[in-house]
Design a protein around this ligand. Sequence first.
Ligand SMILES: C[S@@+](CC[C@H](N)C(=O)[O-])C[C@H]1O[C@@H](n2cnc3c(N)ncnc32)[C@H](O)[C@@H]1O
Length: 367
Amino acid sequence: MELLSKIHAKAKQNGHITFDDYMDMCLYYPNLGYYNNKNISLDPKNSDFITGPEISSLYTESILKFYKDCKKYKKINYVLEFGAGSGEMAYNFLLNAGNDYLPKKYYILEKSNYLKEQQKNKISMLSKKYSSRVEWVNEISHLKDIFLIANEVLDAIPTKRFLKKENKFYEKVIKLKDNKLCFSNLDCNNLLEKKIKNIEKRLKYKIPNDYNFEINMLYENFFSGIFNNINNFVFIIIDYGYHEKEFYHPERSLGTLQYYKNHKKLKEPLNDQGNFDISASVDFSRVKRIINLFDLEILAYTTQEQFLLNTNILENSEGIINPFEKKNILQSLLFPSDMGENFKMMILCDHMNKDFNMGFKDYRHKL
Ligand SMILES: C[S@@+](CC[C@H](N)C(=O)[O-])C[C@H]1O[C@@H](n2cnc3c(N)ncnc32)[C@H](O)[C@@H]1O
């Protein structure tokens, strides 16, 4: 109720709340937002959704294999993980890296204070040799020779929401009516309208009427904060998402936003604020256009299935004795109907040795 009254106050003050502001309050409001309150848990025993690193340590072992391959071709001394959730990936990464590959530092940049505490507890279970390498940072400043990981972070960055109706584009905002929150349509400002028209130009067709969609306007900030402050890096971005033509497919008329509680999808996000997750798929073509502004190289864009198969997940899974457990893990991570195809890996860097060979199917041409 406390968060709801803050949202009401903001809606009253401005006449409305944009969806990205609403999502930001619901997820990150200090002490009350979904990720930023004492009840948050990404541990599968007690979570609302499950991520790759939480399904099995095999997931992190694959990332680790890729990190080791990169190290053969590039000077990499450090790792930085964005939004490290429960700390599971950091824990498994350090535990399984092996002496020759341990990073000098494993930085974590986490937005939620409560998750930061949970990560600290998890890392403290490691021996000093590993735990002493972990350092939490609040921003990126002058880092180099570094391997960056963002696993399901972009989908948690608040997004704007739009609707096309009777041949006109509206920004979907939230208003108060009879003291209750409801969606309302606001005329798009020129900048937003221009962005949408550019999407239509690239798609080479008009977005249909009664079509809901998102554009994330905060990605530029997120990426410029990183790319203006690092040198000599490889960055692996993992998330569910599509290239632009798929993202704005005419049949996806409800957009890509999802609301999750207790592993079930909720229909709408205007009740029980702070107690469920909100996320949106990533438009990887948009990420590519932002990356292009920084003159960086996209080394690969592939599916999770392709990435994991080419980083030894099957070989590593031989260590799992229980056949049912093994089957369930591999199915969840690899099957196209599960995470295998919806989840993409985008790998970028500022420079890579030409001899570096990924070995997996590459879908950069689709971006
Ligand atoms: C869906 S969870 C994924 C957690 C973890 N990476 C995993 O795969 O289990 C999203 C995480 O990103 C964090 N986060 C969201 N926005 C962030 C930002 N701008 N910088 C750093 N962390 C962020 C959240 O607090 C949370 O830890």
